[in-house]
Design a protein around this ligand. Structure first.
Ligand code: 15L
Length: 268
């Protein structure tokens, strides 16, 4: 890996990887629709809208690997999801095919599988069960990655990210939290492991309350350094007595499942 592109480099995960991957590869190319500040040594900075094909062609030129974080990072109306997440991901993979990019790390999400109940442990073979239009766009990204792996030979690591941050912020996040250094490790596996064709892994730390069997990540060498349990007591105490939404509480996707919910069949 000589030149690695990060899309969505101005977001929370992008800004963190900009620091943690600094010096790991000769050139980090950073792209976002928002300003990213001046390029430092070993960096290239560019602005692009992912739904603009020509701009995407420009940022992908001469790149060996891509960390695809760009797009809308939560639930939204259909049009922006279609344009940025679905159209943008298609434009990116197409440009990558033409530029003969070797590897792509895809930031998919726990919301691609958010409608699995919390009492069910799922692994990388769990079919999508999206909990939102946003989750559908992540399931789309996984399906498109599968196509470009099989048909065009690009290696993909799809990381179903739980919740990225310096600490788990609530009870649900105790099950899905990932620390910056653990996500960095996962991204590096995706870019550097000699034998990746198409893999799905969960982007989570070593959380005792996890809803995921992350054995596929472990098989690829992932050894998370962090876990949510030391934060559990304080997190649970802060939430004690708070009203609980039964739908959000029942499903792994939480409030993403409860929003706009209108099925009459729910029986927890
Ligand atoms: C995600 O996929 C979002 O990008 C992030 O903003 C959080 O909502 C996270 O999931 C979560 O489920 O906590």
């Amino acid at each position: 890996m000589h030149r690695v592109l990060i899309t969505g480099a101005g977001g929370g995960i992008g800004r963190s990887l900009r620091e943690s991957l600094r010096g790991t590869y000769p050139i980090l190319r950073l792209s976002d629709r928002v300003p990213l500040g001046a390029a430092r040594a070993g960096e290239e900075v560019c602005n692009a809208e992912l739904y603009d094909r020509e701009e995407v062609e420009r940022i992908v030129a001469d790149v060996d690997g891509i960390i695809h974080l760009g797009g809308i990072s939560g639930e939204d109306e259909w049009e922006p999801i279609l344009r940025s997440n679905i159209g943008g991901t298609y434009n990116l993979f197409e440009a990558a095919r033409r530029a003969q990019v070797k590897r792509i790390i895809v930031a998919t999400s726990n919301h691609a599988v958010g409608f699995y109940p919390r009492d069910q442990k799922i692994d990388h073979r769990a079919p999508p069960r999206p909990d939102s239009r946003y989750g559908v766009s992540k399931a789309f990204a996984e399906a498109l990655a599968s196509l470009y792996a099989d048909k065009h030979g690009i290696g993909f690591l799809c990381t179903r990210i739980g919740n990225f941050g310096s600490r788990p912020i609530d009870k649900r996040r105790l099950s899905i939290w990932i620390s910056p250094r653990d996500y960095t490790q996962l991204v590096r596996i995706g870019l550097e492991h000699p034998d990746i064709r198409y893999e799905i892994v969960y982007g989570v730390s070593n959380n005792r309350r996890s809803w995921y069997d992350n054995s596929n990540a472990e098989r690829l060498g992932y050894r998370p350094q962090d876990g949510s349990e030391p934060f559990a007591e304080a997190v649970l105490a802060a939430e004690a007595g708070r009203a609980i939404d039964p739908i959000a509480e029942h499903y792994q996707g939480g409030t993403f499942c409860a929003a706009e919910y209108s099925a009459r069949t729910f029986a927890p």
